[in-house]
Ligand binder design. Structure first.
Ligand code: FMN
Length: 222
């Protein structure tokens, strides 16, 4: 267990905010980008399903491509173009047995599978949950989106911890992004984006107070 010297996560949650204008002259360092990539990679997911892929645009050309999806959401275009980096968080379009095998092989390579009994138990648990969502609940896409949104939350709080500003973005046309990034043929679909970088001096949202429903309204202790 590393010594995290008990970071004040409440202060972090209160200090992060949705950045509405980025300074195009400020770039996230390579070291910070490496940290953010690790956050995405190590985000938790149900039965360690990791049903995601992330596109990280740091070049002007990459950001131009992503900005094409904001024609109908023009309030987001400048955020994407002026941010240092933009992440597209994609979910898989499905989970099949080949993918489940890939997962278990990775766990074996990472030293989590001592023998075939454990291997079969984990494989069986995963097949059960995937089957539940595929055949009974019929909510595979939304189940995979939930996993992707965990990575979103992890990324937002983690970015704040590195003093990196962020804007989560649902205001984009996923069909255009699917087309631009050839996502369907990769078995992917764009769920949500995050623009990352540093606030512009005039960002109106930086000085506004945050607003949330009262704690007593949203949390019941029992
Ligand atoms: C999933 C998600 C999608 C969002 N989409 C957009 C967006 O397209 N454009 C935007 O300016 N803000 C977007 N927001 C920002 C929210 O409006 C913001 O998080 C909320 O008002 C709370 O404010 P705060 O993030 O500053 O605490 C999004 C936030 C989330 C979590």
């Amino acid at each position: 267990m590393i010594d995290t010297h008990k970071i004040d996560i409440a202060a972090l949650a209160k200090s992060r905010y949705t950045t509405k204008a980025f300074d195009p002259a400020k770039a996230i360092s390579a070291a910070d980008i490496a940290q953010l990539k690790t956050l995405l990679q190590y985000s938790p997911s149900s039965v360690n399903s990791q049903p995601w892929h992330f596109f990280l645009a740091g070049s002007p050309q990459g950001k131009q491509t992503l900005a094409k999806a904001t024609e109908k959401f023009s309030f987001n275009t400048e955020k994407i173009l002026n941010a240092s980096h933009v992440v597209v968080l994609c979910r898989r379009t499905d989970i099949d047995n080949n993918y489940l095998t890939e997962l278990i092989e990775q766990e074996a390579a990472d030293g989590r599978i001592p023998d075939d009994t454990v291997k079969n138990t984990i494989m069986g648990a995963r097949q059960y949950f995937v089957g539940l969502h595929q055949n009974q609940l019929h909510d595979m896409e939304s189940w995979m989106d939930k996993q992707v949104y965990l990575a979103l939350g992890t990324l937002l709080l983690g970015a704040a911890a590195r003093h990196i500003d962020a804007c989560p973005i649902e205001g984009f046309d996923a069909d255009i992004l699917d087309e631009e990034l050839a996502l369907a043929e990769k078995g992917l679909h764009a769920s949500v984006m995050v623009a990352l970088g540093y606030r512009a001096e005039g960002d109106f949202n930086a000085s506004l107070p945050k607003s949330r429903l009262p704690e007593a309204k949203i949390i019941t202790e029992m």
